[in-house]
Design a protein around this ligand. Structure first.
Ligand code: GLC
Ligand code: GLC
Length: 645
């Protein structure tokens, strides 16, 4: 095998020389990286495409196009690459704070986003994910996740040039631009799909197409329905082509066929193209679904990893400062497999997200503690993206085997959590909305804004000051864990002002059937004005999140991914340590609506017999006294071992 690969490599070199590439003034510089990457890249792609007759041709073109992207990379981005190799990118910097927003809902246009930079700076934001803003079908487009062109923007938001100008302004303000790489599918209006519809075989091969429904059956038997309320099955009939098309998500989102090396090559060009516009991090959408194999669930197959690693390898050649963030909302064991310096340096942490809400409902932190102890660890140089809410639903993706360790039955627990967050369980504080109920297996997910799920909506409606106090603290608590657990916290913009559910989506025909729109917030000028008013709910959340960000900048220990889970002695109180350079942070979070007491003997063990300071309010915590945590209270207690007593 080694000999085949090295023969292939020699042949490639000859062909690049024959094409004149090697005479180009920048080839020598490119060749340094190429020499390092080539054996790996060939091996990865050979394993997928080695038996294809067009492989050599596609590979030669792929490298030629990657070289073009390398040459086209703007000077300031090359400088950035030089300063920020992927091993020590922003994921290793504890002062980072992320945020995510829709361009239209947050500001209106790319230009208007630039005007909101000072606002982002008040929140300490250094990473901004703009939700998909590409050209997309007019009516339904899955919130932009059905892309018609990766080279054009939704004209209502501005042009690609405006986006590039924004990326520069963000960079000047120390904010990295994060954009989606929606590489599992295109919209059915993408140029490739249109050509496929015209009957061009070359483009029909860009997708998975079947003339006979019988051919889909052996796949279908093992697939799950992602949006069961919208449709059954993963295939859509296209009358024009007289073909069934693979559509894992909505019928207008056509899955790309990565068994075709030309698809890989075409998407690699889109990837480097985006990077050269100033994108620092690509959010790899729906990573689990990109390889299909009959007889399997077609999720998380080994080839999906090979493809991402090959993209990563190409990024190192053309745009080495680019980082990848994985979006895998799957079993925690599978999530982990995408996280590696040579694959995705960053990953959403859906487990922490789901279990924060789980602990808030149960007032019991055992499952959360177990997961943190067992599953928080990552390979060196990689980081979690810790979030509380995002544009998608909440799925209860904890591992059933973890729950079983605690005597909890996963399926029953999910039913309870759904009832609780729909507000149907007695004593629930939540106002949530159901998403994608599947009567066949009882599955359901939950939508709702963080504020509404945390109890603020209900408390305001019922006029209960005590409930409101707990709800505000609960939201601060959940975000306070996301900001301190280790990794990069991601603020879903709107949450900082405690934006409530927006039920107006029910009146919009293109949104009414998709309850995720209930929590996709629009900018609110009146809430914005309250942000400095600490007597208001919005002000309390905003000020607290700003404080978390300032503290992250001040203390190095936030750069440490690892944490040590501790036994607080109370099932409602989460406790963990973060440690660096002689400093110890003890995080204590009370998930209950009752006060909780940590007895002195336990507290002194937690604090290492030293007194500490609660960084969140400056209070001195004495180790030899009982400590009372108010309902839903969070403490970040710093003890400094480097200082003399
Ligand atoms: C991702 C997105 C989600 C979208 C899906 C299909 O999971 O987060 O919003 O529906 O991919 O692109
Ligand atoms: C499923 C998918 C996930 C997607 C979500 C959208 O959970 O696994 O990728 O974001 O559905 O609702």
């Amino acid at each position: 095998m080694k000999r085949i690969l090295s023969y292939f490599q020699d042949q490639c070199s000859l062909r690049w020389a024959a094409r004149g590439l090697t005479k180009s003034p920048r080839w020598a510089e490119f060749a340094v990286g190429l020499e390092a990457e080539l054996p790996r890249l060939i091996e990865l792609l050979w394993s997928l495409y080695g038996s294809r007759p067009d492989f050599a041709f596609q590979f030669e073109e792929l490298i030629a196009e990657t070289f073009e992207a390398f040459c086209a990379r703007p000077g300031q981005l090359r400088e950035y690459d030089h300063m920020h190799p992927p091993e020590t990118g922003l994921q290793t910097d504890g002062s980072q704070v992320g945020a995510v927003a829709y361009v239209d809902r947050f500001a209106g246009s790319f230009r208007a986003v630039a005007e909101r930079i000072p606002y982002l700076q008040e929140l300490g934001i250094s990473y901004l994910h703009l939700m998909p803003f590409f050209l997309a079908p007019d009516k339904e487009n899955d919130g932009g996740y059905a892309v018609s062109s990766y080279r054009e923007t939704d004209p209502a938001l501005g042009s690609m040039a405006d986006l590039e100008a924004l990326s520069l302004k963000l960079a000047e303000a120390g904010i990295a631009l994060v954009v989606d790489f929606i590489f599992n599918h295109t919209s059915n209006e993408h140029e490739w799909a249109l050509k496929a519809r015209q009957g061009q075989q070359r483009y029909q091969d860009f997708y998975y197409m079947f003339a006979d429904q019988a051919e889909t059956v052996e796949y279908q038997a093992h697939l799950r329905d992602i949006f069961p309320e919208h449709r059954k099955g993963s295939f859509t009939w296209d009358g024009e082509m007289a073909r069934w098309v693979w559509t894992s998500f909505n019928s207008f989102q056509w899955d790309l066929n990565y068994r075709n090396p030309e698809v890989f090559r075409a998407m690699a060009a889109e990837m480097t193209g985006l990077a050269n516009r100033g994108v620092r991090v690509l959010r790899l959408d729906a990573v689990a679904f990109i390889w299909k194999q009959a007889g399997t669930s077609c999720e998380n197959l080994p080839q999906a990893h090979t493809i991402i690693q090959a993209f990563q390898s190409l990024a190192r050649l053309a745009c080495p400062g680019l980082l990848f963030k994985s979006e895998a909302i799957v079993h925690p064991d599978e999530i982990l497999k995408y996280i590696d310096l040579r694959e995705c340096q960053l990953s959403y942490n859906p487990l922490l997200m789901a279990e924060l809400w789980e602990a808030a409902a149960t007032k019991d932190v055992r499952l959360l503690s177990l997961s943190l102890a067992k599953r928080h660890h990552l390979p060196p140089g990689c980081a979690w993206v810790n979030y509380v809410r995002c544009h998608d639903d909440i799925g209860w993706t904890f591992a059933d085997e973890d729950a079983a360790e605690l005597g909890i039955k996963g399926s029953d627990h999910r039913c309870f959590l759904n009832d609780f967050y729909l507000g149907q369980f007695p004593g629930s504080f939540s106002r949530g909305v159901s998403f994608q109920y599947n009567p066949l297996n009882g599955d359901r997910r939950i939508c709702g804004s963080a504020a509404s799920l945390a109890g603020i909506e209900k408390a305001l409606e019922e006029g209960s000051a005590a409930m409101l106090e707990s709800a505000v603290r609960r939201l601060q608590l959940l975000y306070g864990i996301a900001y301190s657990a280790g990794g990069l916290p991601l603020l879903y913009l709107g949450d900082e002002l405690a934006v409530l559910n927006d039920y107006s989506y029910l009146q919009e025909p293109a949104h009414a059937a998709d309850s995720r729109w209930v929590h996709r917030p629009r900018w609110s000028e009146s809430l914005y004005k309250q942000r400095t008013d600490e007597a208001s709910v919005a002000g309390r959340i905003f000020q607290q999140l700003s404080l978390y960000a300032r503290l992250r900048r001040r203390y190095k220990l936030f750069a440490v991914q690892a944490l040590t889970v501790l036994d607080s002695g109370s099932k409602a109180v989460l406790a963990y340590h973060k440690q660096a350079e002689g400093q110890l942070l003890t995080v204590l979070g009370n998930f209950s609506e009752e006060a909780a007491v940590i007895p002195a003997f336990r507290l002194s063990a937690l604090l290492g017999e030293r007194q500490g300071e609660n960084l969140l309010d400056g209070r001195i915590i004495l180790p030899h006294e009982d400590l009372t945590l108010e309902p839903c209270e969070l403490l970040w207690i710093l003890t400094d071992f480097s200082a003399a007593d």
